[in-house]
Design a protein around this ligand. Structure first.
Ligand code: SN0
Length: 313
């Protein structure tokens, strides 16, 4: 693997899922691979799981890890040809090359603005690192995608499925904040590439981009969509078409034990209790959110491993 910024960087999906599951059995067996290699993790946004699981994954492979919260650093300029006489102190052209002197792999978290659709969709932060860094880039959630989460979710479903082709439902949930579509986008794309029966359910107006939906089934009736589900992935996202907007009348979309039926409950976390999902679901043994979080380590570890194996020095 040369980089991991989109799911299409995965060469063989079923193979990488199986290899991640194998890593779990003996996480330290490739400790020599990362010795004397450094992962630099750059955060433009908050993180709990991503930061700790990716650091753990790197350390399991013997790597050194350095973390920079970008807001503690210089204000970066991304525009080509900018006249930098205002608030930005350093251009990404220098910054990315400089960080590359200290890193063998750079991981970046950069959420969207959710105000400027075109700019968000250009993925200018992530893609500037891809363009100007001289080492491989890993996305730790970008404006439009969260590929490490989707890989962890695929591992979780593979481990827990009790039938060849489980029914998976992505169910939108209410939320007080304007959230990205990234997790939903990557989850849908991942499910489209697995042997699952996928249904997406959300109120009208919350359609994801056509590029994401492709031929996937959308059912605006949550109850109908949830029938006979094996896995229910609950997630809020803000509107894509009326970009970054929230409709007001959403509250009965919260996931409850009644709606969940016999399905497993999935969420990437962090989750707002009793807004997105009621306590009884999260506190039941149908919730697999902790397993998902655990699999974040092995999703990151298999990705870092495959990139380390491809480093030409
Ligand atoms: C982020 C999102 O993309 O939805 C990260 C998920 C991995 N979630 C949030 O920002 C939730 C913040 C909140 O206040 O609930």
């Amino acid at each position: 693997m040369k980089k991991y910024t989109t799911l299409s960087d995965i060469e063989n999906l079923s193979d990488i899922i199986q290899k991640a599951i194998q890593l779990k059995e003996n996480p330290f067996q490739f400790k020599a691979l990362g010795t004397n290699k450094t992962l630099v993790m750059l955060f433009f946004n908050s993180s709990l799981r991503t930061r700790l699981s990716t650091e753990k994954a790197a350390k399991n492979l013997g790597m050194d890890v350095m973390i920079l919260n970008v807001h503690d650093s210089w204000n970066l300029e991304f525009e080509d040809g900018a006249n930098m006489n205002l608030s930005t102190s350093e251009h990404i052209k220098e910054a990315a090359q400089v960080i590359s002197q200290y890193a063998d792999i750079i991981a970046v978290r950069a959420f969207p603005s959710l105000t400027n659709k075109e700019k968000d969709e250009s993925e200018y932060v992530l893609n500037s690192f891809v363009k100007y860094a001289t080492v491989p880039i890993v996305s730790m959630e970008s404006a439009t995608a969260h590929p490490l989460q989707a890989l962890a979710d695929a591992i979780t479903i593979e481990e827990l499925r009790t039938k060849q082709r489980p029914k998976v439902v992505l169910s939108w949930a209410p939320h007080p904040k304007v959230l990205p579509q990234a997790v939903a986008n990557s989850f849908v794309e991942m499910m489209q590439n697995l042997d699952v029966d996928l249904t997406i359910t959300h109120p009208e107006g919350y359609e994801l981009s056509d590029d994401t939906i492709k031929n996937s089934l959308i059912n605006y009736n949550q109850e109908g969509a949830l029938k006979e589900a094996d896995f229910v992935y609950v997630k809020n996202w803000s509107r894509y078409r009326d970009y970054g907007k929230i409709l007001s009348q959403d509250l009965n979309w919260m996931m409850t034990t009644e709606k969940l039926g016999d399905a497993k409950f999935m969420h990437c976390l962090p989750v707002r209790r009793n807004v997105v999902v009621e306590d009884a679901v999260l506190d039941s043994d149908q919730s697999v959110v902790i397993e998902q979080a655990n699999n974040r380590t092995f999703s990151a570890q298999i990705v870092l491993k495959q990139i380390l194996e491809n480093l030409d020095r």
